[in-house]
Design a protein around this ligand. Sequence first.
Ligand code: DGY
Length: 320
Amino acid sequence: MKPYSVLVACQLPEAVERDLASALDVDFMPDARQRPVAELVARLDGRDALLLLAMTPADAALIEALPASVKAIATYSVGLDHIDLAAARKRGIAVLHTPDVLTDAVAETALLLLLGAARRATESIDLVRSGAWQGWTPTQLIGVELSGKTLGILGMGRIGRGIAERARAFGMTICYHNRSALPPDLAKGAVHHADAVEFLGAIDALAIACPLTEATRGFLDAERIAAMKPGAIVVNIARGPVIDDDALIAALQSGHVRAAGLDVFTNEPKLDPRYLNLGNAFLLPHIGSSTVESRRAMGRTLIDGFAALAAGRNPDNRVV
Ligand code: DGY
């Protein structure tokens, strides 16, 4: 069987590039994002698939321009908001992504953000690094505990459930907001709230773990933040645009939101600069899935998907 012929339009960790090169017929174009789209399209002529990152939009214009040889688009991400799935479907192009294998890494990052926000990590790190720390006092940098609090999860998919599992170990009670309630074996006692305002009023911390869609874009706006308890925490490991930055920044400035832990931002890497002046914002540079384990496994998931397509089977990681 002829291996799938793939244009890798991004730079990946060396080990992943080696794995790809040993399983597929690959052409690497690490600077694809800086090159004109026409060049990318020309390089794809005769190839079976395009592999890209979440930072590279595969919009309808690009998908329509793809050469007839292209049968699949694979994204080295679980998120799919950068791909026009309807346009891919219309052209009969399969779309693959990397679910499951990064769930643990991203769920761990959510806990890092929750803890960092609750325990004032930004101010603590700044104090030590500035050399201004005067030694232990009972009044310095008093945070709050997760134990005994209620965590609300927006989007109780694989990652949301991974966050829930870890948060339970910290003594938190879990509730969630999804369009529909999960079966009991998946909910594991987490309480479903169909109404967003009721959900937000019931929780001490919010973890955003939903995909970015037209329904979730701008979900956390001023009105919904006002519905949260004073002193609540907000954590986002999903996509920046789920949060209305003006609303969250105002709430962090007033203290209505005690602290935020954010790994993702609107317009990355040019996040709203006002976050940088907020001691109660614990900020990470989109490292949710950045572990040795998940990076390698993400590559293998795509390789398996290509192998299935080449053999005429339907890959588990296919969304279109
Ligand atoms: C994902 O997998 O969606 C991560 O956010 C990286 O894009």
